[in-house]
Design a protein around this ligand. Sequence first.
Ligand SMILES: Nc1ncnc2c1ncn2[C@@H]1O[C@H](COP(=O)(O)OP(=O)(O)OP(=O)(O)O)[C@@H](O)[C@H]1O
Ligand SMILES: [Mg+2]
Length: 317
Amino acid sequence: MNALIPFPARRAMRPAELPEPGRMSSDKFISIEGIARRYPAPGGKQTTVFENLWLPMRRGEFVCMIGHSGCGKTTVLNILAGLEAPSEGVVIADGKAIEGPSLDRAVIFQGHALLPWRTVLGNVAYAVSSRWRKASRAEIEERARRAIALVGLAGSEHKRPAELSGGMKQRVGIARALSIEPKMLLMDEPFSALDALTRGTLQDEVRRICVETGQTVFMITHDVDESIYLADRIVLMTNGPGAKVAEIVENPLPKDRTRTGLHRQPGYYALRNHLIDFLVSRSKTLRDESPPGYDQRHPPVVRLTLTEADAAAAALG
Ligand SMILES: Nc1ncnc2c1ncn2[C@@H]1O[C@H](COP(=O)(O)OP(=O)(O)OP(=O)(O)O)[C@@H](O)[C@H]1O
Ligand SMILES: [Mg+2]
C-alpha cells in the first residue's frame, strides 16, 4: 500500500523567491521575457493576443501549455521556433536572443508535413543532411535509421507517406525532429488527430525518449490527462484576447509514472480537477480579473494537496 504523504499546501510563490531574469543562467535554458503579440484590427486599432508573457524553462524540462482556442498557444510556439517575431519582448535560448528558425529547435506540427515523394528514410535523412551538411551518405543514413528505430518504425524505411497510417506518419515526424538532436523540441498538439490507441502508444514513446535523452520540450495540448502524464510543469493560459499565464502548475506525480496507472497515483485527482476547473471557469474569470498580488512576470506557482479521491485511490493502490 502506498504511504499517504500529503503534498505541501497549495501556495503561490512570492516574487522574492524567484531569481531575477538573467541571473538563472545555469538553470534557465529557454526564457520567454515579456513577449506580446498584436495584430492590426479594423478602425486602425490593434488586437492584443497576449502581452507581457514571462516563462523560464530549465534544460531537460517537459513543459505543457493548456488554454482555450485562440488564447495564443500556437503563436507562443511559433515565437519559440523563431517562425514569428514577438511584437514586444524577447526569447532567450541558451544565452542568445532568438532571431529566426534554427535547427536547434525542432517543431512537430499536428499535420506532419512529410515530403510525399520521399520514403520514410528519405524524409528523415533529408533533415539529418541539413543538420550535418558535411556528413557522408553512410553517416546520414545511419543517424536516420537510428531515429526511425527509436519511434518503432524499423522495417518501414522504404515506405512512402501515402503507404503509412496517420500514426505512422506522426512517428516519422517525431523521428525527423529527433534525428537532428535539437536542443529543444516544440510540439503543437502532436497527437490530437490520432485515434486513442495510437495516441496512447505515441505518448508512451515520446515520454520514454524524452526521459532517456533529457530532451527539453515545450508542448501544446488540449488533453488534460496527456499533460499530467507528460509534463513536469503545466502552464495555464487564460482566454484571449489579452491572454495571460494564470498559473504554472507543478506536476507532483513521480517521474516513473505510467499512463495506465496515472489514476492510481496519489495527487492525480487533485491535479486533474484543478486543471479542468481552470478550463471550465477560471480561464475566463482570471483574464477579466487578476487575483490580488498577481504579477505577470512571476505567475503563481501551484503545487496541490491531496483530495479525498486521491486518498481513496492511494489506499486502494
Ligand atoms: N495573421 C493573423 N492576423 C490576425 N490575427 C491572427 C493572425 N494569426 C493569429 N491570429 C489570432 O491570434 C489569436 C491566437 O491564435 P493562435 O493560433 O496562437 O491560438 P491557439 O491558442 O493556438 O488556438 P487553437 O487552440 O485553436 O490552436 C487568435 O485569436 C487568432 O485569430
Ligand atoms: Mg493552436
